[in-house]
Design a binder for this molecule. Structure first.
Ligand code: PEP
Ligand code: MN
Length: 346
C-alpha cells in the first residue's frame, strides 16, 4: 500500500502514521520528496488490520493499493533513482559503470592479468566467479574460497571493486567477507531462501534476470531482497531464452526503458551471456548504453581460447580496449559518461 501524505502534513502527523503502521504489524519505508512524503507500507495483510484504515488519520492525503506487487522496488514508492555506492563507484547515478573480467577465477596469474588489463582499458569494477553455476556437473565448478582470496588480492592491487556470484544462502557471509558486490545468477533468480539471506547482507546485490523470468518476476525477486532489509539491488538484463538459436540468449533491450520506468533501482546489461559470441558483444554493449542502461558487464579473458568457462563469449583485452572507447562516445552522445578508475585512452 502506498500512503501519500498531504503537502502540508507536519512531522508529528507523519510520525503518528508511521507508528500506526508499525503497531498494526507492517513495515514503513518513508521516502521524502521535495514536495511530499510517501510511505510504502509493506506486509502481508492477512489476519491484520487493513492498511486502508490509515486514510482516516490526520495528514494523510490518499491511500493507494498499488497494482504492482513489488512495492519497495516501485517508482511509486521512491521517485528518485537509487544510487548505489561501491567504494568510489556510483551505480545508478549520472555515470555509467563498466564491470569487466573473466567468467571464472581460474588461477592467480589468469585473474591478475585480466584484472590489470580491464583496469587499464578503463573498467570501473572487476568481475569473476569463484562459485560457478554450470549447466553440467562435469564442467569446471570454480575455485571456491581460494578464488575469493584471489579476487580480494586483485582488488588490493588494482583498486577495482569486485563482483562475484553467490549460489547458496549459507555462503553469503563468506562471500561478503571478500567481495564488494554479491551477484545472483540467472539460475538462482527465484531461489527465495538465497534472496532472503541477501536481504541480511551488508553488501549490494547484482540480481541477474533469469532466462525465463518476466520483468515483473525479476522485480518480485528484487522485492524479496529489499523487503528483507537490503536496499542496494542492481538489476541486470542478461538475455532471455527465445526460439532464436543464432545467439546464446536473446538480449531484451526493451527491458531497460521498461524497468527504468517501473523501478528506481539501477539497471545494467550483460551482453556476454546474452549473445554468447564475443564478436556480437561490442555492438550490444553500445546499444545498451544508448538505450539508457546504467552500466554493462562484459566478460574479458586474458586468453579466451584457453578459458575454463565461457571462452567463446569472452573478449580479448585489445577488443575490450576498443569497446570502452566506443561506449565512452555513446555515453556522451546520450548525455552521460563512463566511470573510469583511470583515464581511458580515448
Ligand atoms: C556469469 O555472470 O558468469 C553467469 C553465470 O551469468 P548468468 O547467471 O547470467 O548465466
Ligand atoms: Mn560466464
Amino acid at each position: 500500500m502506498i500512503i501519500v501524505m498531504k503537502t502540508k502534513a507536519d512531522e508529528q502527523e507523519l510520525d503518528n502514521v508511521i507508528k500506526w503502521i508499525e503497531s498494526a504489524g507492517y513495515k514503513a519505508h518513508v521516502s521524502k520528496g521535495v514536495e511530499r512524503t510517501i510511505i510504502g507500507a509493506v506486509g502481508d495483510e492477512r489476519g491484520k488490520i487493513s492498511l486502508r484504515a490509515v486514510e482516516t488519520m490526520p495528514g494523510v492525503a490518499k491511500v493507494m493499493p498499488i497494482l504492482q506487487p513489488y512495492k519497495l522496488a516501485s517508482r511509486e514508492t521512491k521517485e528518485g533513482n537509487t544510487v548505489i555506492k561501491v567504494g568510489d563507484v556510483e551505480i545508478g547515478g549520472p555515470k555509467c559503470v563498466v564491470i569487466a573480467g573473466p567468467c571464472a577465477v581460474e588461477s592467480q596469474e589468469q585473474l591478475m592479468e585480466a584484472a590489470f588489463a580491464v583496469k587499464e582499458a578503463g573498467a570501473s569494477m572487476l568481475r569473476g566467479g569463484a562459485f560457478k553455476p554450470r549447466t553440467s556437473p562435469y564442467s569446471f565448478q570454480g575455485m571456491g574460497e581460494d578464488g575469493l582470496k584471489i579476487l580480494a588480492q586483485a582488488r588490493e592491487k588494482t583498486g577495482l571493486p569486485v563482483v562475484t556470484e553467490v549460489m547458496r544462502a549459507s555462503d553469503v557471509e563468506l562471500i561478503e567477507s571478500y567481495a564488494d558486490v554479491l551477484q545472483v545468477g540467472a539460475r538462482n533468480i527465484q531461489n527465495f531462501a538465497l534472496l532472503k539471506a541477501l536481504g541480511q547482507a551488508k553488501k549490494p546485490v547484482l540480481l541477474k534476470r533469469g532466462m525465463m523470468t518476466t520483468l515483473e518476476e525479476l522485480l518480485m525477486s528484487a522485492e524479496y531482497i529489499l523487503a528483507s532489509g537490503n536496499d542496494d539491488v542492481i538489476l541486470c538484463e542478461r538475455g532471455i531464452r527465445t526460439f532464436e538459436t543464432s545467439t546464446r540468449n536473446t538480449l531484451d533491450l526493451s527491458a531497460i526503458p521498461i524497468l527504468k520506468r517501473r523501478t528506481h533501482l539501477p539497471v545494467i546489461v550483460d551482453p556476454s551471456h546474452a549473445t554468447g559470441h564475443s564478436w556480437v558483444v561490442p555492438a550490444m554493449a553500445k546499444a545498451a548504453i544508448a538505450a539508457g542502461a546504467d552500466g554493462i558487464m562484459i566478460e574479458v579473458h586474458n586468453k579466451p581460447k584457453d578459458a575454463l568457462s565461457d571462452g567463446p563469449q569472452s573478449l580479448y583485452p585489445d577488443n575490450f580496449v576498443q569497446l570502452v572507447k566506443d561506449v565512452d562516445k555513446i555515453a556522451i552522445a546520450v548525455g552521460r559518461s563512463i566511470y573510469h578508475h583511470i583515464q581511458s585512452p580515448v
